[in-house]
Design a protein around this ligand. Structure first.
Ligand SMILES: *[C@@H]1O[C@H](CO)[C@@H](O)[C@H](O)[C@H]1NC(C)=O
Ligand SMILES: *[C@@H]1O[C@H](CO)[C@@H](O)[C@H](O)[C@H]1NC(C)=O
Ligand SMILES: *[C@@H]1O[C@H](CO)[C@@H](O)[C@H](O)[C@H]1NC(C)=O
Length: 308
């Protein structure tokens, strides 16, 4: 820890250096680094040529407003917190590169850092801001009916920082984001989870929906495309038939029962799916391949009804 003697020296030298500026510390004002990676806060001590054999007495790296140093070189000894070290390793007091290295950069490391340096010939201090970024994962899109049976697209992504946005586009690149609801949650690690719901109030109108994740500075990062299968569109097209069949079930259960029996024997292999259809309980659309089969069996049923 800095002895009081050094602190007095420091202020004395600061006073001198304010007049003559023998020593200056130069840090980049802002440095952007990646989450989970190593971050170097680049700082260099510049000593005027008049100073022969420049030697550093003290280096103190700390976060703005914090008392505890992250890295302290004083009286020939170096102390540091676990993830912090000199970028130049091994470092010695004649090395003017006092850059700080942070390993496994966390969201919490995003802050303003101060580097104080003291030499026989003077002292100086400089600040640098660390900005942390993390790329969002490739989003996932699912298609499911909501509580009141509207087809709803949900897009999820996580692992990004700072807070990003999810946008929706159809196959003609028309944006649907305005009709969607987005939610952003910050996890314990500080990274964001984004989720967006797009309810298709008037049904599936397009064969392709794209969910794009944009980062905090508006850069397009990644996307997920949901292609709706032909069979699923067929199923949608069959909706009016569904409405015709429903009253039939109520009014003439006998006829339906007969029809079911008939179909059972005719199309034994599609038995399950047809039953499902009549009970008005058929599964919501999803991207699964089995829907193709389901779509086809409904198509067959459609044909049967109209032939009868
Ligand atoms: C300081 O040292 C690090 C690690 O060796 C190096 O990457 C960086 O470029 C140096 N900075 C300057 C300003 O020389
Ligand atoms: C998307 O789904 C895959 C496979 O289920 C999973 O491994 C991945 O973590 C998911 N991505 C997100 C952002 O949820
Ligand atoms: C956002 O994405 C753009 C383009 O991919 C990239 O250049 C930029 O650094 C990213 N910004 C953040 C804050 O992640």
């Amino acid at each position: 820890m800095a002895s009081s003697g050094f602190i007095i020296l420091y202020f004395t030298f600061s006073y001198i250096s304010a007049k003559k500026a023998f020593v200056t510390v130069q840090c980049k004002t802002e440095q952007e680094r990646q989450y989970g990676q190593k971050s170097m806060l680049d700082c260099l001590v510049i000593v005027s040529e008049e100073v022969a054999d420049p030697q550093i007495l003290l280096v103190n790296w700390k976060k703005e407003g914090a008392e505890e140093p992250l890295l302290l070189y004083d009286e020939g000894k170096t102390e540091h917190l676990p993830r912090f070290s000199f970028a130049e390793s091994p470092w010695n007091d004649r090395n003017m590169n006092v850059s700080l290295l942070i390993t496994d950069t966390a969201v919490q490391d995003e802050d303003v850092y101060t580097c104080d340096v003291m030499m026989i010939s003077g002292g100086d201090s400089s600040q640098t801001r660390l900005k942390v970024t993390a790329k969002y994962k490739t989003p996932n899109v699912t298609l499911k009916p909501d509580e009141i049976n509207h087809d709803t697209l949900t897009c999820n992504t996580d692992g990004g920082y700072p807070e990003g946005r999810l946008h929706w586009f159809d196959e003609y690149n028309t944006e649907w984001t305005q009709s969607a609801e987005m939610e952003a949650k910050q996890t314990k690690s500080g990274l964001f989870q984004l989720s967006s719901r797009l309810t298709l109030l008037s049904g599936i109108k397009f064969s392709k929906y794209t969910c794009v994740v944009f980062n905090a500075s508006g850069g397009r990062e990644d996307e997920a495309i949901l292609e709706i299968l032909l069979s699923q569109i067929l199923q949608q097209g069959l909706d009016p038939v569904h409405k015709v069949v429903a009253p039939l079930v109520v009014i003439g259960s006998l006829i339906v029962g007969l029809l079911l029996t008939l179909l059972y024997y005719k199309r034994r292999r599609q038995h399950d799916k047809i039953l499902l259809f009549f009970s008005g309980n058929h599964q919501g659309l999803n991207t699964h391949d089995s829907n193709f089969e389901e779509g086809m069996s409904l198509k067959l049923l459609y044909n049967s009804i109209y032939k009868i």
